[in-house]
Structure formats: structure tokens, C-alpha cells
Design a protein around this ligand. Structure first.
Ligand code: ARG
Length: 705
């Protein structure tokens, strides 16, 4: 009886958890595959991923080391998010050609805009190399020894990859915090051009107000194209390059989906910590999120004020502001949801279960019994260091851009100095930067956990020379440093010539704290967290666990489904309980928030949305409306942005772009009732390209079903 009950329970668990997970492309088990099929996937395993024949895997790209995307035409056209293309769009924008505000459309190949440094990776294959790597580590090896063996074997394995094709790259990554290792092979293309961007009031509609939230009406997409040499091989940018012909491109579906229909995302989720201990969560909340939220709040207020001064400043800081505010709001949301959903309590319960289970098993007992006590002690001991690190990074590394520039030049190699100055200073306004520098410095000194984090030399100088007045000190610093005079700096050939500059002096002091107080031997928690994770997997050995996200290619499966708000939930906004949003709520948000910049519309967009002139083929049959954004139960985290969302036939139905506030604890704990993936419906994307911009040349390239 007990057995039957257990089986039943585990079955229930399985189906309840069916949508959680980011499964490794190239290593999907039969068990997981059968779940995909039972939910509605019609593609065969080979149509999904194959090293022999073209598969959907080949249409998915990793974009620039920070996002995902999908190839949608035989001419290498790529769909990704607007917020993924944001930096590139900003880069090409000027007050005269304001592509951020008004959008951009290349009317011919010649008008498509190259983007220095932007690349895409295609995933060729992933193989499990755990036995080769961990098999080489002798039992009882210490951390240093095992790290260096793992490193050496990984390098040997990477050397064995076939590099005869052009642009081939490989990488060995730890999974389950180092309990498993996979080798992935990619092909890299470096000529990626901007083809189309909607106006920001569509692509970023709702701005920070709506970021990380549902209901959403953001048309978060942009379009790029991959270029190759005449033989279709990767090549540096050249005028002579031609559109790339992919092994496979995704077909686009205008047939939509319905509640309960299959949906999956393919892309590159960046990082999750789903197996983190209760003490680990507490540590993240207090030492990372609280600190980040506090410091960024100070910095963002200064940028905001500057950006209101002119179009040039607004454009100059647009991308920096957006990426900083994205995780500023995230930090608040994650902590709030962790509290609301009582995630720590749940983790503690699991950890108590582990201890009880381990008590019954002599082998397990030795391994797991003291684990939570050890974690508690380590996190306590490392508290100041961890908080100090966040404070340091946020205040100095991500604070003033000038300080960041000097820091990077001191810490890393120094060639191409002139080019680097040119690039960094394109987006630096010295007056704004000075305000940020002062605020970050004083805020840092107010918040340091103890005297070890003091900037002794600098503080001494301010006290003795400037009578403790930080304003005067910073005034003087920015008056005297060449780093605050871009025109002169641009004439300098080598960073080494600037050793006497006062900014270099300050930076040296800032760096020394890093070495004396923060980076002392690295955290010990990771190794113990790994043991805890091993224990939980061992205790549940019949269950399949997916590894945490680590920016390798993953598949997440699920269903189209609205959020299961608890009955009686109050304060819900219009269409919050719907699965799809509509032009009505888009317009209402605009009309009801006349003074809110995040809902401002340029006249042409307002007129178009108001007119309701959307081509018939983009209207959803079931609702009779143009579908804007929609929800699925797919697992999502940062990095997934731009991931293709596919139906059971493997056709593109949307682009994933966000998660929702109710379940912002998602990187640590997936909540089945509340966690959703927010996508922009591909029919809205098409309607914007087609009906708003009349960019027929792009529509013609697609294969629309
Ligand atoms: N929260 C989204 C993500 O991290 C980014 C959305 C961008 N929109 C914005 N308003 N910043 O993937």
C-alpha cells in the first residue's frame, strides 16, 4: 500500500512539475522526451536536435553573449527582442536619426547596419564528458588539485574537437555545480547587421513601470541579419559579405495557440540557482539583492535627471540606464517574491527531510548530516565579504564610467588604447559622470560593513587636503584628471603614459580594497552547496533533475496558460487574468497615464493602434483581436530573452521576453501556479512590420504558415 501510494505521489509530483526545467539540448532523456510528446510536441527527437541532419536546433542562436534569437529566413534574418538589440539601436541613433524613438527599417541590404563586436553562435552539439573529467580526479583530491585537473582535462577535450570548419568554438561547462560536465561546440558568425527596429514606444512599451510584470503590451522585438563570406562561411565584417544561408530556419505560424496547447522555448537561459540552500537564499537576499537595489537606486536617479536634459543625453545613456534598471527592479522583485512565497521555509523543510533520510543510511549520514550547519557557519563568516563585494562592484565597477574605464585598463591588457578610449567615451558625459562618481563614493563609504573596506589613502587625502569635503575633492579630481578631458585623452597612445594622473591614484586605492578585503581565497560555500544538491538528488533518485541554467542551450516545454491567481486576489489590472493582451488594454494604459513617459506614444503609433488597421491574417480567430503578448508555463530567466517560442509542430508563435512579478523568485524556486513566461505574439510582430512600417521586403522573406 505504501509503495502504491508513493508511486502515485511521485506521479502526481511529476505531472505537477511538468513545466519546470531547462533541459540540455543534445542531452534530453527518453523520459523527458515522452513528457514533451504527451504534452503535444509532434516533432521527432531528430527534428528537434540532430548532429546529422538539419533540425530546429540549427535555427536557434545565441546573440552576443547576452541574449537568444531565432533565424527566420533562408537569407539569415534573425528575430530577437528589442531589449536585446537595444544597445545596437542606440549605437546607430543620433538626435537627427533617432532610431530609438522612431524605429529603423533598412529598405535594402545596403542599408542594413553593421554592429562592431556583435556576433551570433550556432549550437552544433553538446556531449556529456563527466566520466572523462571527474574520472581523472583522484579520490580525496583537495579543491586546488581537483580544479587544476578539471581545467587540464577540459582543455585536452576541447583540443580534440574538429576545428576544420570555420568559426568553430568549444567550451566545457560544469552542471549541477560541478557534479557533471558537458562539452558544447558552436559556430560563430561575426557580421551581424541591424535590419529593423520598431519605435521604442512599441518595443519598450510600458518601460520600467511594466518591466517584469504582467499584463504586458510590449512589442519587444528587433530584426538582424547574419552575413557570411561568398562560401557561406563566417567572416569579419566586409562590404562583400552576403546574407548567410542557414542549415535550417524557423517557419512562422499565424494560426496561434489556445489555452492548454503546447509551447516550448529554445534559447540560452543565463543563470539560475534552483538548488540553493535556505542559508544560501538568505545570503543572496541580504548581501546581493539589497545592496544592488540600494546602490543602483542612487545611480539611476542621477542618470534619469541627466537624460531629461537633452535628446543627446537621453540617447547616450539609454542602454546603460535600461540594463542597470532591469536588475535594479529585479532585485526588489526577487526579494519580495521570496518572502511572499515563503521560499526559505520550503527549502528548510526539504533540508530537514534530507537530514532525516540521511540518518537512516550510514553512507549518506557521513556525507550529508552536518551540511546545513556548515552552510550556516560559512555564510555567517562570509557575510561582510559578500555584501562588501556587491557594494564594491555596484559602486565602483558599475558606477562612474570613467572609473570603470581606468579600472579595466589597470586590471587587463592595454593594447588598442586609442580605440578603447574612442569607444568608451562615445557614451560618457563628463558632467553626469562626475555626479555619479561623487554619489557612488560617498554612498559606498556610508555603507561599508567594517573598516577593512575603507579607502584609507583616499579618505586620508580628503580629510587632510579638502577638510573632509568630498565635493571639493571630486571637483578637483575632475578638474585635474585627463580622464575627464576626452579630447586630450584621445591624443594619448598608451595607458602607461598616465601613471601620474590623479584618477589612476584613486583607482589604485579602489582596487587595493578588492584584494585586501574582498577576494581572499574565494567563497567556500559553493562546494558545500554542491554536496547539498547531490544529497537531494540522491534522496530523490527516481526523479529527473534538470541542471541550473548556465548560458548553454536549453529547451523548456510547457503549455499556453494564464496565471493561476489565488481566488479573491485584488488589485489586478485590466486583462491580468487573461492569457493574451489586446490593443484595448494597450490604448487604455496610454490614455489613463497621460503624464507617464513609459506609456507615451509617438503620433504615428497612436494613430495606427487607434485605427485598428491590422491585416486579417494576423487577427486571432478565437478572440477576433490582434493578439499582443501571451503567457506560457515555460521556464524562463535572463538570457532567454529573444528565445523562439514554438508550437507542437515546431512553428514560431512568439518571442519570449520576460517573467512576471508574482513569481520573481523564479531563479531560485519555480512556482507552478504563478510563474509564467511572457512572450510577444508573432502576429503582433508581423503586424508591426507589415501594417505599421509597410516593410514588405521582410515579410516576403518569411515562410508563413
Ligand atoms: N525584464 C526583461 C529581461 O530581463 C527585460 C525587459 C526589458 N524591458 C524594460 N523595460 N527594461 O529579460
Amino acid at each position: 500500500m505504501k509503495k502504491i501510494l508513493l508511486c502515485l505521489l511521485s506521479l502526481l509530483c511529476l505531472s505537477a512539475r511538468a513545466d519546470e526545467g531547462m533541459w540540455v539540448m543534445g542531452n534530453i532523456s527518453e523520459k523527458t522526451d515522452s513528457v514533451l510528446r504527451s504534452l503535444g510536441l509532434e516533432l521527432s527527437p531528430e527534428e528537434l536536435y540532430s548532429t546529422e541532419t538539419p533540425s530546429l536546433n540549427d535555427a536557434i542562436i545565441q546573440l552576443g553573449g547576452f541574449c537568444s534569437g531565432v533565424v527566420v529566413s533562408d537569407e539569415g534574418l534573425v528575430f530577437t527582442n528589442h531589449h536585446c538589440g537595444f544597445d545596437a539601436i542606440q549605437d546607430h541613433s543620433t538626435p537627427k536619426h533617432d532610431y530609438l524613438k522612431y524605429g529603423f527599417f533598412a529598405k535594402s541590404y545596403e542599408e542594413e547596419l553593421p554592429n562592431e563586436g556583435l556576433y551570433v553562435l550556432f549550437h552544433i552539439k553538446t556531449v556529456d564528458v563527466t566520466d572523462l573529467i571527474l574520472g581523472a580526479v583522484p579520490a580525496g583530491a583537495g579543491k586546488w588539485e581537483s580544479d587544476s585537473i578539471i581545467d587540464a582535462v577540459s582543455r585536452q577535450l576541447m583540443e580534440m574537437v574538429d576545428y576544420s570548419g570555420k568559426g568553430i568554438e568549444s567550451e566545457v561547462n560544469p552542471f549541477y555545480k560541478g557534479s557533471k560536465y558537458f562539452l558544447s561546440v558552436y559556430q560563430r558568425y561575426d557580421d551581424v547587421r541591424l535590419v529593423y527596429a520598431p519605435p521604442q514606444c512599441l518595443g519598450k512599451y510600458g518601460g520600467d513601470t511594466d518591466n517584469w510584470m504582467w499584463p504586458r503590451q510590449t512589442c519587444d522585438f528587433s530584426v538582424f541579419r547574419i552575413y557570411a563570406d561568398k562560401d557561406n562561411n563566417p567572416a569579419e565584417y566586409s562590404k562583400d559579405n552576403v546574407p548567410y544561408h542557414p542549415r535550417k530556419y524557423a517557419h512562422v505560424s499565424t494560426q496561434g495557440y489556445y489555452e492548454g496547447s503546447y509551447a516550448m522555448t529554445l534559447g540560452y537561459p543565463g543563470s539560475t540557482d534552483r538548488y540553493l540552500s535556505a542559508y544560501g537564499i538568505e545570503n543572496t537576499m541580504r548581501t546581493t539583492s539589497d545592496g544592488r537595489y540600494q546602490v543602483r537606486g542612487v545611480k539611476l536617479a542621477i542618470l534619469d535627471e541627466s537624460m531629461k536634459q537633452s535628446d543627446a543625453l537621453r540617447i547616450m545613456y539609454a542602454s546603460k540606464y535600461a540594463s542597470s534598471s532591469n536588475y535594479w527592479k529585479f532585485s526588489l522583485g526577487q526579494n519580495t517574491a521570496l518572502d511572499n512565497l515563503k521560499v526559505i521555509d520550503e527549502k528548510q523543510k526539504t533540508e530537514r527531510e534530507l537530514l532525516a533520510w540521511a540518518m537512516e543510511d550510514t553512507v549518506a549520514r557521513g556525507r550529508y548530516i552536518g551540511i546545513t550547519d556548515s552552510l550556516k557557519a560559512i555564510y555567517q563568516e562570509e557575510y561582510d565579504t559578500n555584501y562588501g563585494y556587491t557594494l564594491w562592484v555596484e559602486s565602483f565597477y558599475s558606477g562612474s564610467d570613467i572609473l570603470n574605464f581606468v579600472l579595466r585598463n589597470m586590471l587587463r591588457s592595454r593594447d588598442d588604447f586609442k580605440e578603447r578610449v574612442e569607444k568608451a567615451y562615445r557614451d560618457i558625459d563628463v558632467a553626469t559622470d562626475k555626479k555619479v562618481f561623487l554619489a557612488m563614493l560617498t554612498n559606498y563609504l556610508q555603507h561599508i560593513p567594517n573598516e577593512r573596506y575603507a579607502l584609507s589613502a583616499l579618505q586620508h587625502k580628503v580629510d587632510s587636503i579638502y577638510g573632509g569635503d568630498y565635493n571639493k575633492f571630486v571637483d578637483d579630481l575632475y578638474a585635474k584628471s585627463i580622464f575627464a578631458r576626452p579630447d586630450e585623452l584621445k591624443e594619448v597612445d598608451d595607458f602607461a603614459e598616465l601613471g601620474e594622473d590623479p584618477m589612476v591614484d584613486v583607482t589604485a586605492d579602489v582596487i587595493s580594497v578588492l584584494y585586501t578585503a574582498i577576494m581572499r581565497g574565494g567563497s567556500r560555500a559553493e562546494a558545500f552547496e554542491r554536496v547539498l544538491g547531490d544529497g537531494i538528488r540522491e534522496m530523490n533518485h527516481d526523479k529527473e533533475f534538470y541542471p541550473d541554467a548556465n548560458f548553454t542551450m536549453r529547451l523548456s516545454y510547457g503549455l499556453c496558460k494564464p496565471i493561476d491567481f489565488a481566488p479573491g486576489t485584488t488589485g489586478l489590472k485590466e486583462e491580468a487574468t487573461e492569457m493574451i493582451t489586446s490593443p484595448r488594454s494597450f490604448l487604455n494604459k496610454h490614455e489613463q497615464n497621460p503624464n507617464e513617459m513609459d506609456f507615451e506614444l509617438i503620433p504615428s503609433v497612436y494613430k495606427w493602434m487607434k485605427s485598428g488597421k491590422f491585416s486579417k491574417q494576423y487577427i486571432d480567430r478565437r478572440s477576433g483581436q490582434l493578439p499582443l503578448c501571451f503567457l506560457t508555463t515555460n521556464d524562463i530567466t535572463g538570457g532567454n530573452s529573444g528565445s523562439g517560442m514554438f508550437d507542437g509542430k515546431g512553428r514560431l508563435i512568439g518571442l519570449a521576453f520576460d517573467g512576471n512579478w508574482e513569481a520573481m523568485s523564479g531563479d531560485i524556486k519555480f512556482d507552478n501556479a504563478l510563474q509564467r513566461c511572457i512572450g510577444v505574439d508573432i502576429r503582433w510582430v508581423l503586424s508591426v512590420i507589415d501594417d505599421y512600417s509597410h516593410a514588405k521586403r521582410l515579410i516576403k522573406e518569411l515562410t508563413i504558415e
